[in-house]
Write a protein that binds this ligand. Structure first.
Ligand SMILES: [Zn+2]
Ligand SMILES: [Zn+2]
Length: 502
Protein backbone atom coordinates (compact mmCIF):
# COMPACT_ATOMS: atom_id res chain seq x y z
CA UNK A 1 0.00 0.00 0.00
CA UNK A 2 2.29 2.70 -1.26
CA UNK A 3 -0.16 5.55 -1.61
CA UNK A 4 -1.48 7.60 1.27
CA UNK A 5 -5.02 7.01 2.40
CA UNK A 6 -7.47 9.76 1.49
CA UNK A 7 -10.52 7.99 2.71
CA UNK A 8 -12.08 5.72 5.26
CA UNK A 9 -11.50 2.09 4.41
CA UNK A 10 -14.82 0.28 3.75
CA UNK A 11 -15.90 -1.52 6.89
CA UNK A 12 -18.27 -4.01 5.32
CA UNK A 13 -19.14 -5.66 2.07
CA UNK A 14 -21.87 -3.99 0.01
CA UNK A 15 -25.41 -4.95 1.09
CA UNK A 16 -26.60 -8.27 -0.25
CA UNK A 17 -29.02 -6.70 -2.69
CA UNK A 18 -26.78 -4.02 -4.11
CA UNK A 19 -24.39 -5.91 -6.35
CA UNK A 20 -25.31 -6.41 -10.03
CA UNK A 21 -28.63 -4.71 -9.42
CA UNK A 22 -30.12 -7.30 -7.10
CA UNK A 23 -28.87 -10.87 -7.00
CA UNK A 24 -28.27 -11.28 -10.69
CA UNK A 25 -26.24 -14.21 -11.96
CA UNK A 26 -25.29 -12.34 -15.12
CA UNK A 27 -21.50 -12.44 -15.03
CA UNK A 28 -21.00 -9.55 -17.38
CA UNK A 29 -23.37 -7.46 -15.28
CA UNK A 30 -21.29 -8.40 -12.27
CA UNK A 31 -18.10 -7.20 -13.98
CA UNK A 32 -19.96 -4.04 -15.00
CA UNK A 33 -21.17 -3.44 -11.45
CA UNK A 34 -17.57 -3.42 -10.28
CA UNK A 35 -16.69 -0.91 -13.00
CA UNK A 36 -19.70 1.20 -12.06
CA UNK A 37 -18.59 1.39 -8.45
CA UNK A 38 -15.21 2.65 -9.64
CA UNK A 39 -16.56 4.89 -12.41
CA UNK A 40 -14.35 7.72 -11.17
CA UNK A 41 -11.34 5.60 -12.16
CA UNK A 42 -12.19 6.36 -15.81
CA UNK A 43 -11.08 2.98 -17.04
CA UNK A 44 -7.94 2.75 -14.93
CA UNK A 45 -7.26 -0.34 -12.79
CA UNK A 46 -7.38 0.15 -9.06
CA UNK A 47 -4.93 -1.57 -6.69
CA UNK A 48 -5.34 -0.47 -3.06
CA UNK A 49 -5.51 3.33 -3.23
CA UNK A 50 -3.60 3.67 -6.47
CA UNK A 51 -4.96 3.94 -9.98
CA UNK A 52 -2.85 2.39 -12.71
CA UNK A 53 -2.98 2.57 -16.48
CA UNK A 54 -2.26 -1.00 -17.51
CA UNK A 55 -3.40 -0.66 -21.14
CA UNK A 56 0.17 -0.96 -22.39
CA UNK A 57 0.78 -3.83 -20.02
CA UNK A 58 -2.27 -5.95 -20.92
CA UNK A 59 -0.50 -7.83 -23.71
CA UNK A 60 2.66 -8.20 -21.63
CA UNK A 61 0.87 -9.65 -18.58
CA UNK A 62 2.54 -13.04 -17.96
CA UNK A 63 -0.78 -14.47 -16.72
CA UNK A 64 -2.51 -13.66 -20.02
CA UNK A 65 -4.34 -10.58 -21.24
CA UNK A 66 -7.88 -11.73 -20.39
CA UNK A 67 -7.54 -11.16 -16.66
CA UNK A 68 -6.87 -7.50 -17.27
CA UNK A 69 -9.28 -6.88 -20.13
CA UNK A 70 -12.13 -8.34 -18.05
CA UNK A 71 -11.31 -6.12 -15.07
CA UNK A 72 -10.54 -2.85 -16.85
CA UNK A 73 -11.84 0.08 -14.83
CA UNK A 74 -12.34 -1.89 -11.66
CA UNK A 75 -10.67 -2.66 -8.37
CA UNK A 76 -8.31 -5.63 -8.72
CA UNK A 77 -6.62 -5.41 -5.32
CA UNK A 78 -7.61 -8.88 -4.10
CA UNK A 79 -6.79 -10.62 -7.38
CA UNK A 80 -3.49 -8.76 -7.59
CA UNK A 81 -2.46 -9.77 -4.08
CA UNK A 82 -3.67 -13.38 -4.17
CA UNK A 83 -2.47 -14.32 -7.65
CA UNK A 84 1.15 -13.30 -7.29
CA UNK A 85 3.18 -15.13 -4.64
CA UNK A 86 6.20 -12.99 -5.65
CA UNK A 87 4.22 -9.87 -4.80
CA UNK A 88 7.11 -7.76 -3.51
CA UNK A 89 8.92 -7.82 -6.83
CA UNK A 90 5.82 -6.87 -8.81
CA UNK A 91 4.82 -4.20 -6.33
CA UNK A 92 8.23 -2.56 -6.37
CA UNK A 93 9.56 -3.15 -9.86
CA UNK A 94 6.57 -3.30 -12.18
CA UNK A 95 3.60 -1.50 -10.71
CA UNK A 96 5.21 1.97 -10.23
CA UNK A 97 5.78 2.26 -13.98
CA UNK A 98 2.03 2.38 -14.54
CA UNK A 99 0.94 4.51 -11.58
CA UNK A 100 -1.29 7.45 -12.55
CA UNK A 101 -2.88 8.91 -9.42
CA UNK A 102 -4.58 8.08 -6.16
CA UNK A 103 -8.22 7.22 -5.78
CA UNK A 104 -10.21 9.42 -3.41
CA UNK A 105 -13.08 7.08 -2.67
CA UNK A 106 -13.15 3.96 -0.49
CA UNK A 107 -12.59 0.53 -1.89
CA UNK A 108 -15.77 -1.48 -2.42
CA UNK A 109 -14.35 -4.46 -0.53
CA UNK A 110 -13.29 -4.07 3.11
CA UNK A 111 -10.54 -6.71 2.89
CA UNK A 112 -7.04 -5.72 3.93
CA UNK A 113 -3.50 -6.90 3.20
CA UNK A 114 -1.63 -5.24 6.02
CA UNK A 115 2.13 -5.73 6.14
CA UNK A 116 2.87 -8.12 8.98
CA UNK A 117 -0.75 -9.32 8.95
CA UNK A 118 -1.82 -12.94 8.71
CA UNK A 119 -1.95 -13.14 4.92
CA UNK A 120 1.27 -11.24 4.46
CA UNK A 121 3.14 -13.53 6.86
CA UNK A 122 1.62 -16.68 5.41
CA UNK A 123 2.40 -15.65 1.85
CA UNK A 124 6.02 -14.99 2.81
CA UNK A 125 6.30 -18.52 4.17
CA UNK A 126 4.53 -20.02 1.18
CA UNK A 127 6.78 -18.17 -1.25
CA UNK A 128 9.83 -19.80 0.32
CA UNK A 129 8.24 -23.25 0.24
CA UNK A 130 7.17 -22.84 -3.39
CA UNK A 131 10.67 -21.80 -4.35
CA UNK A 132 11.98 -25.00 -2.79
CA UNK A 133 9.38 -27.09 -4.63
CA UNK A 134 10.09 -25.58 -8.04
CA UNK A 135 7.64 -24.24 -10.61
CA UNK A 136 4.25 -25.91 -11.07
CA UNK A 137 2.18 -27.51 -12.31
CA UNK A 138 3.34 -30.87 -11.09
CA UNK A 139 3.83 -33.80 -13.41
CA UNK A 140 1.12 -35.90 -11.76
CA UNK A 141 -1.49 -33.16 -11.98
CA UNK A 142 -0.75 -32.91 -15.68
CA UNK A 143 -0.83 -36.64 -16.07
CA UNK A 144 -4.20 -37.13 -14.38
CA UNK A 145 -5.72 -34.26 -16.33
CA UNK A 146 -4.33 -35.43 -19.69
CA UNK A 147 -5.34 -39.03 -19.08
CA UNK A 148 -8.86 -38.00 -18.12
CA UNK A 149 -9.16 -35.82 -21.19
CA UNK A 150 -8.10 -38.70 -23.43
CA UNK A 151 -10.46 -41.08 -21.67
CA UNK A 152 -13.32 -38.62 -21.96
CA UNK A 153 -12.72 -38.00 -25.65
CA UNK A 154 -12.41 -41.72 -26.29
CA UNK A 155 -15.64 -42.47 -24.47
CA UNK A 156 -17.50 -39.73 -26.33
CA UNK A 157 -16.24 -41.17 -29.60
CA UNK A 158 -17.32 -44.66 -28.58
CA UNK A 159 -20.79 -43.36 -27.73
CA UNK A 160 -21.29 -42.60 -31.42
CA UNK A 161 -21.23 -46.32 -32.20
CA UNK A 162 -22.94 -48.17 -29.42
CA UNK A 163 -26.40 -46.66 -29.29
CA UNK A 164 -29.55 -48.73 -29.61
CA UNK A 165 -31.42 -48.58 -32.86
CA UNK A 166 -34.18 -46.43 -31.46
CA UNK A 167 -33.19 -43.62 -33.80
CA UNK A 168 -33.32 -45.78 -36.90
CA UNK A 169 -31.53 -48.74 -38.39
CA UNK A 170 -27.84 -49.12 -39.10
CA UNK A 171 -26.03 -48.98 -35.79
CA UNK A 172 -22.78 -50.88 -36.12
CA UNK A 173 -22.61 -51.88 -32.44
CA UNK A 174 -25.99 -52.00 -30.79
CA UNK A 175 -25.37 -52.40 -27.06
CA UNK A 176 -28.97 -51.69 -26.17
CA UNK A 177 -30.48 -48.80 -24.28
CA UNK A 178 -29.32 -49.81 -20.79
CA UNK A 179 -25.64 -50.12 -21.66
CA UNK A 180 -25.73 -46.94 -23.72
CA UNK A 181 -27.20 -44.95 -20.84
CA UNK A 182 -24.68 -46.57 -18.48
CA UNK A 183 -21.78 -45.64 -20.73
CA UNK A 184 -23.14 -42.11 -21.07
CA UNK A 185 -23.31 -41.75 -17.29
CA UNK A 186 -19.76 -43.11 -16.91
CA UNK A 187 -18.53 -40.68 -19.55
CA UNK A 188 -20.31 -37.85 -17.73
CA UNK A 189 -18.55 -38.74 -14.48
CA UNK A 190 -15.17 -38.59 -16.19
CA UNK A 191 -16.24 -35.29 -17.74
CA UNK A 192 -17.23 -33.91 -14.34
CA UNK A 193 -13.86 -34.87 -12.89
CA UNK A 194 -12.25 -33.28 -15.96
CA UNK A 195 -14.03 -29.97 -15.33
CA UNK A 196 -12.78 -29.93 -11.74
CA UNK A 197 -9.26 -30.80 -12.91
CA UNK A 198 -9.43 -28.12 -15.60
CA UNK A 199 -10.35 -25.73 -12.78
CA UNK A 200 -6.85 -26.22 -11.35
CA UNK A 201 -5.41 -24.87 -14.59
CA UNK A 202 -7.77 -22.00 -15.35
CA UNK A 203 -6.60 -20.26 -12.17
CA UNK A 204 -3.07 -20.18 -13.56
CA UNK A 205 -1.58 -18.16 -16.35
CA UNK A 206 -3.08 -19.06 -19.74
CA UNK A 207 -2.25 -22.64 -20.63
CA UNK A 208 -3.71 -25.32 -22.86
CA UNK A 209 -5.07 -27.47 -20.04
CA UNK A 210 -7.56 -24.80 -19.00
CA UNK A 211 -9.50 -25.84 -22.12
CA UNK A 212 -10.25 -29.19 -20.48
CA UNK A 213 -13.02 -27.28 -18.73
CA UNK A 214 -14.53 -26.42 -22.11
CA UNK A 215 -14.04 -29.86 -23.64
CA UNK A 216 -16.41 -31.24 -21.01
CA UNK A 217 -19.08 -28.63 -21.68
CA UNK A 218 -18.20 -25.92 -19.18
CA UNK A 219 -16.37 -22.66 -19.83
CA UNK A 220 -12.99 -21.69 -18.42
CA UNK A 221 -13.75 -18.05 -19.23
CA UNK A 222 -16.98 -17.97 -17.24
CA UNK A 223 -15.24 -19.89 -14.47
CA UNK A 224 -12.60 -17.19 -14.31
CA UNK A 225 -15.28 -14.58 -13.73
CA UNK A 226 -17.68 -16.26 -11.30
CA UNK A 227 -15.09 -18.42 -9.61
CA UNK A 228 -11.58 -16.93 -9.76
CA UNK A 229 -12.40 -13.22 -9.72
CA UNK A 230 -15.60 -13.29 -7.71
CA UNK A 231 -16.04 -16.34 -5.51
CA UNK A 232 -12.38 -16.90 -4.64
CA UNK A 233 -11.75 -13.32 -3.66
CA UNK A 234 -15.01 -12.69 -1.76
CA UNK A 235 -16.50 -16.04 -0.69
CA UNK A 236 -19.92 -15.98 1.01
CA UNK A 237 -20.46 -12.25 0.53
CA UNK A 238 -22.52 -10.01 -1.73
CA UNK A 239 -19.54 -9.90 -4.12
CA UNK A 240 -19.62 -13.68 -4.54
CA UNK A 241 -21.61 -14.10 -7.75
CA UNK A 242 -21.72 -17.90 -7.40
CA UNK A 243 -24.64 -17.50 -5.00
CA UNK A 244 -27.17 -16.00 -7.42
CA UNK A 245 -26.16 -18.63 -10.01
CA UNK A 246 -28.46 -21.01 -8.12
CA UNK A 247 -31.30 -18.66 -7.32
CA UNK A 248 -34.21 -18.95 -7.09
CA UNK A 249 -33.69 -22.70 -6.58
CA UNK A 250 -31.39 -22.31 -3.60
CA UNK A 251 -31.63 -19.60 -0.95
CA UNK A 252 -28.65 -19.39 1.33
CA UNK A 253 -29.42 -16.10 3.05
CA UNK A 254 -31.63 -16.40 6.12
CA UNK A 255 -32.95 -12.87 5.70
CA UNK A 256 -34.27 -13.56 2.21
CA UNK A 257 -37.59 -15.32 1.70
CA UNK A 258 -37.10 -19.01 1.14
CA UNK A 259 -39.38 -20.99 -1.08
CA UNK A 260 -38.37 -24.44 0.07
CA UNK A 261 -37.83 -24.78 3.78
CA UNK A 262 -37.40 -28.52 4.01
CA UNK A 263 -34.37 -30.63 3.35
CA UNK A 264 -35.88 -33.09 0.91
CA UNK A 265 -37.58 -30.49 -1.29
CA UNK A 266 -34.34 -28.52 -1.36
CA UNK A 267 -32.36 -31.59 -2.31
CA UNK A 268 -34.76 -32.54 -5.11
CA UNK A 269 -35.00 -28.98 -6.42
CA UNK A 270 -31.21 -28.73 -6.51
CA UNK A 271 -30.74 -32.00 -8.41
CA UNK A 272 -33.45 -31.04 -10.89
CA UNK A 273 -31.81 -27.65 -11.35
CA UNK A 274 -28.52 -29.40 -12.20
CA UNK A 275 -30.14 -31.88 -14.55
CA UNK A 276 -31.83 -29.24 -16.62
CA UNK A 277 -29.31 -26.39 -16.58
CA UNK A 278 -26.26 -27.58 -18.52
CA UNK A 279 -28.00 -29.79 -21.10
CA UNK A 280 -30.42 -27.00 -21.92
CA UNK A 281 -27.57 -24.56 -22.34
CA UNK A 282 -25.65 -27.16 -24.32
CA UNK A 283 -28.53 -27.86 -26.68
CA UNK A 284 -29.46 -24.21 -27.11
CA UNK A 285 -25.95 -22.85 -27.54
CA UNK A 286 -25.71 -23.36 -31.32
CA UNK A 287 -29.23 -21.97 -31.76
CA UNK A 288 -28.29 -18.93 -29.71
CA UNK A 289 -25.17 -18.58 -31.83
CA UNK A 290 -27.00 -18.91 -35.14
CA UNK A 291 -29.62 -16.35 -34.12
CA UNK A 292 -26.93 -13.98 -32.95
CA UNK A 293 -28.25 -13.97 -29.37
CA UNK A 294 -25.02 -15.35 -28.00
CA UNK A 295 -21.83 -14.78 -29.93
CA UNK A 296 -19.01 -16.34 -27.99
CA UNK A 297 -15.38 -17.08 -28.85
CA UNK A 298 -14.91 -20.38 -30.71
CA UNK A 299 -13.45 -22.14 -27.66
CA UNK A 300 -16.85 -21.87 -25.97
CA UNK A 301 -18.14 -24.45 -28.44
CA UNK A 302 -15.58 -27.19 -27.79
CA UNK A 303 -18.17 -29.56 -26.40
CA UNK A 304 -20.32 -29.05 -29.47
CA UNK A 305 -17.30 -29.70 -31.65
CA UNK A 306 -16.95 -32.96 -29.71
CA UNK A 307 -20.49 -33.84 -30.72
CA UNK A 308 -19.89 -33.04 -34.36
CA UNK A 309 -16.63 -34.95 -34.27
CA UNK A 310 -18.55 -37.96 -32.90
CA UNK A 311 -21.00 -37.75 -35.78
CA UNK A 312 -18.17 -37.36 -38.26
CA UNK A 313 -16.16 -40.27 -36.85
CA UNK A 314 -19.17 -42.50 -36.94
CA UNK A 315 -20.00 -41.61 -40.53
CA UNK A 316 -16.38 -42.12 -41.55
CA UNK A 317 -16.05 -45.47 -39.78
CA UNK A 318 -19.33 -46.77 -41.17
CA UNK A 319 -18.29 -45.76 -44.65
CA UNK A 320 -14.98 -47.60 -44.19
CA UNK A 321 -16.79 -50.62 -42.82
CA UNK A 322 -19.65 -50.82 -45.28
CA UNK A 323 -18.60 -48.59 -48.15
CA UNK A 324 -20.37 -45.52 -49.50
CA UNK A 325 -22.76 -47.54 -51.59
CA UNK A 326 -24.30 -49.16 -48.53
CA UNK A 327 -24.46 -45.91 -46.65
CA UNK A 328 -25.93 -43.97 -49.52
CA UNK A 329 -28.16 -46.60 -51.10
CA UNK A 330 -30.44 -49.23 -49.60
CA UNK A 331 -33.20 -47.62 -47.61
CA UNK A 332 -31.06 -44.83 -46.22
CA UNK A 333 -29.80 -41.83 -48.07
CA UNK A 334 -26.61 -40.23 -46.77
CA UNK A 335 -28.60 -37.37 -45.34
CA UNK A 336 -30.93 -39.77 -43.61
CA UNK A 337 -28.00 -41.69 -42.18
CA UNK A 338 -26.40 -38.52 -40.96
CA UNK A 339 -29.70 -37.62 -39.37
CA UNK A 340 -29.81 -40.88 -37.45
CA UNK A 341 -26.28 -40.67 -36.13
CA UNK A 342 -26.65 -37.01 -35.30
CA UNK A 343 -29.79 -37.66 -33.26
CA UNK A 344 -28.12 -40.48 -31.39
CA UNK A 345 -24.91 -38.62 -30.66
CA UNK A 346 -26.79 -35.51 -29.54
CA UNK A 347 -28.98 -37.66 -27.26
CA UNK A 348 -26.05 -39.43 -25.57
CA UNK A 349 -24.06 -36.22 -25.30
CA UNK A 350 -27.02 -34.53 -23.63
CA UNK A 351 -26.99 -37.26 -20.98
CA UNK A 352 -23.23 -36.78 -20.60
CA UNK A 353 -23.70 -33.02 -20.17
CA UNK A 354 -26.36 -33.59 -17.50
CA UNK A 355 -24.10 -35.94 -15.55
CA UNK A 356 -21.20 -33.47 -15.78
CA UNK A 357 -23.52 -30.86 -14.32
CA UNK A 358 -24.71 -33.16 -11.52
CA UNK A 359 -21.14 -34.13 -10.68
CA UNK A 360 -19.69 -30.61 -10.59
CA UNK A 361 -22.74 -29.19 -8.81
CA UNK A 362 -22.80 -31.82 -6.10
CA UNK A 363 -19.05 -31.86 -5.59
CA UNK A 364 -18.72 -28.09 -5.77
CA UNK A 365 -21.52 -27.05 -3.47
CA UNK A 366 -20.64 -29.41 -0.65
CA UNK A 367 -16.93 -28.76 -1.03
CA UNK A 368 -15.99 -25.81 1.07
CA UNK A 369 -18.42 -23.00 1.91
CA UNK A 370 -22.04 -23.72 2.42
CA UNK A 371 -22.44 -25.57 5.70
CA UNK A 372 -24.40 -23.73 8.36
CA UNK A 373 -21.38 -23.35 10.64
CA UNK A 374 -19.35 -21.42 8.06
CA UNK A 375 -19.46 -17.63 8.15
CA UNK A 376 -21.63 -15.95 5.55
CA UNK A 377 -22.48 -12.29 5.12
CA UNK A 378 -25.39 -11.45 7.37
CA UNK A 379 -24.12 -13.59 10.21
CA UNK A 380 -23.90 -11.79 13.53
CA UNK A 381 -20.22 -12.47 13.88
CA UNK A 382 -18.00 -10.26 11.72
CA UNK A 383 -14.78 -12.03 10.73
CA UNK A 384 -11.46 -10.20 10.68
CA UNK A 385 -10.93 -8.38 7.41
CA UNK A 386 -7.36 -9.46 6.80
CA UNK A 387 -7.71 -11.35 3.50
CA UNK A 388 -6.20 -14.53 4.95
CA UNK A 389 -8.17 -14.60 8.19
CA UNK A 390 -11.33 -13.77 6.28
CA UNK A 391 -10.79 -16.73 3.95
CA UNK A 392 -10.32 -19.01 6.96
CA UNK A 393 -13.73 -18.07 8.30
CA UNK A 394 -15.53 -18.36 4.97
CA UNK A 395 -14.12 -21.71 3.82
CA UNK A 396 -13.84 -25.25 5.22
CA UNK A 397 -11.71 -28.30 4.51
CA UNK A 398 -12.73 -31.93 4.29
CA UNK A 399 -10.49 -34.31 6.14
CA UNK A 400 -11.67 -37.06 3.75
CA UNK A 401 -9.38 -35.73 1.03
CA UNK A 402 -6.63 -34.31 3.22
CA UNK A 403 -3.33 -36.15 2.74
CA UNK A 404 -5.01 -38.89 0.73
CA UNK A 405 -3.10 -38.31 -2.48
CA UNK A 406 -3.52 -35.97 -5.40
CA UNK A 407 -6.41 -37.54 -7.29
CA UNK A 408 -9.11 -36.99 -4.61
CA UNK A 409 -7.93 -33.39 -4.21
CA UNK A 410 -8.00 -32.44 -7.90
CA UNK A 411 -11.34 -34.10 -8.60
CA UNK A 412 -13.27 -32.72 -5.59
CA UNK A 413 -12.02 -29.16 -4.99
CA UNK A 414 -9.94 -30.42 -2.07
CA UNK A 415 -7.56 -28.44 0.21
CA UNK A 416 -10.03 -25.66 -0.28
CA UNK A 417 -8.77 -23.05 2.16
CA UNK A 418 -5.23 -23.19 0.82
CA UNK A 419 -6.59 -23.13 -2.71
CA UNK A 420 -8.54 -19.96 -1.87
CA UNK A 421 -5.52 -18.34 -0.32
CA UNK A 422 -3.22 -19.20 -3.24
CA UNK A 423 -5.39 -19.95 -6.27
CA UNK A 424 -2.60 -20.01 -8.86
CA UNK A 425 -0.65 -22.67 -6.98
CA UNK A 426 -1.00 -26.17 -8.43
CA UNK A 427 -3.19 -28.43 -6.30
CA UNK A 428 -0.31 -30.89 -5.98
CA UNK A 429 1.49 -28.31 -3.84
CA UNK A 430 -1.18 -27.58 -1.25
CA UNK A 431 -0.29 -30.55 0.84
CA UNK A 432 3.21 -29.06 1.31
CA UNK A 433 1.76 -25.73 2.41
CA UNK A 434 -0.15 -26.97 5.46
CA UNK A 435 2.93 -26.60 7.60
CA UNK A 436 3.20 -22.93 6.64
CA UNK A 437 -0.48 -22.51 7.39
CA UNK A 438 -0.12 -24.27 10.73
CA UNK A 439 2.82 -22.09 11.75
CA UNK A 440 1.03 -18.90 10.78
CA UNK A 441 -2.10 -20.04 12.61
CA UNK A 442 -0.02 -20.65 15.70
CA UNK A 443 1.54 -17.23 15.42
CA UNK A 444 -1.89 -15.57 15.21
CA UNK A 445 -3.65 -17.90 17.65
CA UNK A 446 -6.02 -19.32 15.08
CA UNK A 447 -7.65 -22.72 15.38
CA UNK A 448 -7.51 -24.66 12.11
CA UNK A 449 -9.91 -27.52 11.98
CA UNK A 450 -11.15 -29.95 9.40
CA UNK A 451 -14.67 -30.97 8.69
CA UNK A 452 -15.75 -33.97 6.64
CA UNK A 453 -17.79 -34.63 3.53
CA UNK A 454 -20.79 -35.94 5.38
CA UNK A 455 -20.98 -32.89 7.59
CA UNK A 456 -20.50 -30.54 4.66
CA UNK A 457 -23.28 -32.32 2.79
CA UNK A 458 -25.71 -32.16 5.70
CA UNK A 459 -24.55 -28.67 6.64
CA UNK A 460 -25.33 -27.52 3.11
CA UNK A 461 -28.98 -28.52 3.46
CA UNK A 462 -29.16 -27.31 7.06
CA UNK A 463 -27.93 -23.93 5.86
CA UNK A 464 -30.73 -23.78 3.28
CA UNK A 465 -33.29 -24.38 6.01
CA UNK A 466 -31.76 -22.26 8.74
CA UNK A 467 -33.30 -19.13 10.12
CA UNK A 468 -30.62 -18.28 12.65
CA UNK A 469 -27.31 -16.57 12.04
CA UNK A 470 -23.90 -17.70 13.16
CA UNK A 471 -22.79 -15.94 16.32
CA UNK A 472 -19.39 -17.47 16.93
CA UNK A 473 -16.04 -17.43 15.22
CA UNK A 474 -15.14 -20.83 13.90
CA UNK A 475 -11.41 -20.47 13.56
CA UNK A 476 -10.17 -16.99 14.33
CA UNK A 477 -10.28 -16.30 18.09
CA UNK A 478 -12.44 -19.38 18.54
CA UNK A 479 -14.18 -19.29 21.90
CA UNK A 480 -14.92 -23.00 22.21
CA UNK A 481 -18.63 -22.59 21.50
CA UNK A 482 -20.53 -23.41 18.37
CA UNK A 483 -19.24 -25.87 15.86
CA UNK A 484 -16.48 -28.20 16.93
CA UNK A 485 -15.37 -30.40 14.09
CA UNK A 486 -12.35 -32.35 13.07
CA UNK A 487 -8.94 -31.34 14.20
CA UNK A 488 -6.21 -32.80 12.11
CA UNK A 489 -3.72 -34.77 14.22
CA UNK A 490 -0.75 -33.45 12.25
CA UNK A 491 -1.80 -29.92 13.02
CA UNK A 492 -1.74 -30.83 16.70
CA UNK A 493 1.97 -31.56 16.64
CA UNK A 494 2.68 -28.02 15.56
CA UNK A 495 0.41 -26.66 18.24
CA UNK A 496 -1.53 -24.56 15.78
CA UNK A 497 -4.89 -25.13 17.36
CA UNK A 498 -6.71 -25.58 20.62
CA UNK A 499 -8.56 -28.85 20.87
CA UNK A 500 -12.21 -29.23 21.72
CA UNK A 501 -11.49 -30.61 25.19
CA UNK A 502 -9.44 -27.63 26.36
ZN1 LIG B 1 -10.84 -22.50 -7.47
ZN1 LIG C 1 -14.41 -21.92 -2.94
Amino acid sequence: MAAASHYEQSKEFPPLDSVTGGRSADLWKWLQSRRDYNSKANGLWRIHNGLYNLKEFVQKHPGGSEWLTMTEGSDITEAFEAHHPNIAYIREKILPKYYVRDADWPRESPLTFTTGGFYDKLRDRVRVTLKRLGPGPRRWTNFYADASALLFEGALGALAFVGPNVFGPGNPLDLGLGWTVGLSIGTGLIGGALVVMGHNFLHMKDNKRMYYTNIAGSSYRMFRIHHALSHHMYPNTSLDVEYPLFEPTLHFWPEMPRRKPNLLTNALAFQWFLVRSTPLFYLLKPVLWLTGTLRLPADEYLYWLNTFAGIGIRLFATQKLLGWSTVASSNQSLAYYLGISAAQVIATNTVVAAVVSIYTGNIGLYAGHHADYIWRQGDLYQPPLDFGLFQLEATADRVDVYNKGLLPVITTFGDHTLHHLFPTVDHAYHTYLYQDLAETCKEFNVRFEFTNYRDMFLGFYRSLARTNRTEHARRVGWDGKGYAGWVDPNMGTSGAHTTKEE
